[in-house]
Design a protein around this ligand. Structure first.
Ligand SMILES: [Zn+2]
Length: 404
């Protein structure tokens, strides 16, 4: 059973090294790119993404090496004994101390990478409109939320581990699935407002444009919200989120400010197409299926790592479980992104049908890719591994084909 560990580690190592290699040597630019973009735009996109990719993959590797060392060197066991002593011998106290200390250590390991990529890099390319103080405020808000929710999750997990030794993985998967659904309802109304302000779109031109599209798509839209993204960035974007009564389209204020009306319409049509094709529900359903598979695998891994199945797993089991989830989510990202790109392609095709204006959608792609400094000719491996959206050139082709 423990053959799973070497396999997971081997695949992770191969993917990481390939990612590193193709970040450093992205290869030639497809000549077709120059039909839409200037040489300067292409070069800037390459340079910006080189740094982002290096930060991502080195940050990931450092985190994985730290966890591997902790789990396989025996240090995890000593660390767990220390946690239990600190908690005065209490089992639950020991779990909590172990979880919080590991959380703090990992946060510290990841901090330089996060700080550089989401603040200093953004500043140096002129994207960030934040002060360092407000960046730290965001960071601590996210961290606090993450710490509290994860601590509750970990305590719950250890409780079901001890209480239902044979079927805990089914309960765990069931609980996380429930959480995924609940979160889709609650995140847009409870968490997003902690970071941004959302106001209903007021411009009558936008409102009538949205109504026209919503009628054609057969999708009732309750709310089009404008988010004050300009507080943090100059980048433009839009997304759709929520379920049932919390369903909404969110437009960045930077989009409304910097893009012409026909391109904003193309964005809204794309978001509405996601909605019309049921992508939120489809994504959730696949997420839930994957979840049961992953928890089933975790059951086998844990049984192999702590034989014979103890009724009470020691605190260091948390490091093992965390390592497992980090490896699995890295390894499965090509699959997740493949599914996502497929939905994006479908949304692009449907959006052209909705607006009947492929040229505006193409101009939007050109505009977004050059202003947001996309890599205009990303290496095939990096696309396959980490692109949730197809690159600009592919999207332009899809939009033009959709128009014919
Ligand atoms: Zn999309």
């Amino acid at each position: 059973m423990n053959a799973i560990w070497p396999l997971l580690i081997l695949i992770t190592a191969v993917f990481s090294l390939l990612y590193l290699w193709y970040s450093l040597f992205p290869g030639r630019i497809q000549p077709e790119v120059f039909r839409y973009f200037s040489a300067e735009q292409v070069a800037a996109g390459r340079e910006y993404n080189l740094t982002q990719r290096l930060l991502f993959i080195t940050g990931f590797m450092v985190q994985i090496l730290f966890l591997l060392w902790l789990v396989f060197s025996g240090r995890g066991m000593a660390f767990a004994r220390w946690a239990q002593q600190l908690a005065g011998g209490s089992y639950w106290g020991g779990i909590l101390v172990f979880f919080v200390s590991l959380w703090l250590m990992l946060s510290l390991v990841k901090l330089p990478f996060t700080l550089y990529s989401s603040y200093f890099l953004q500043k140096s390319w002129g994207f960030s409109t934040q002060t360092l103080g407000s960046w730290w405020l965001d960071y601590f808000k996210y961290a606090g939320l993450d710490l509290i929710l994860s601590a509750l999750g970990v305590l719950l997990l250890f409780w079901i581990l001890g209480r239902w030794p044979g079927i805990w993985w089914l309960l765990g998967a069931g609980f996380v699935s429930l959480w995924l659904v609940l979160q889709s309802y609650l995140w847009p109304v409870l968490v997003s407002p902690l970071f941004n302000q959302f106001v209903p779109a007021k411009d009558p031109a936008i409102i009538s444009m949205v109504q026209e599209l919503s009628q054609k798509a057969g999708v009732p839209v309750d709310e089009v919200l404008v988010m004050d993204a300009s507080q943090r960035t100059t980048k433009a974007n839009a997304y759709f989120t929520g379920l049932g009564a919390t369903k909404r389209i969110v437009l960045y204020d930077t989009l409304l400010k910097d893009y012409p009306a026909d391109q904003i319409k193309a964005v809204v049509a794309h978001e509405m197409a996601h909605w019309r094709q049921g992508h939120i529900v489809k994504g959730l359903t696949l997420g839930i299926l994957g979840n049961f598979l992953v928890w089933g695998l975790l059951f086998l891994v844990l049984r192999g790592t702590f034989p014979p199945t103890p009724l009470r797993y020691p605190p260091q089991a948390w490091a093992v479980i965390l390592l497992f989830f980090v490896l699995i989510s890295f390894i499965s990202s090509p699959l997740q992104n493949y599914i996502s790109r497929d939905m994006e392609k479908e949304a692009d095709r449907v959006s052209v049908w909705l607006t009947g204006d492929a040229p505006a959608a193409v101009r939007l792609q050109i505009n977004l890719a050059s202003k947001n400094l996309s890599d205009l000719s990303p290496p095939a491996f990096i696309q396959w591994f980490s692109y949730s959206h197809p690159p600009a050139l592919t999207r332009i082709r899809i939009l033009q084909e959709g128009a014919q």
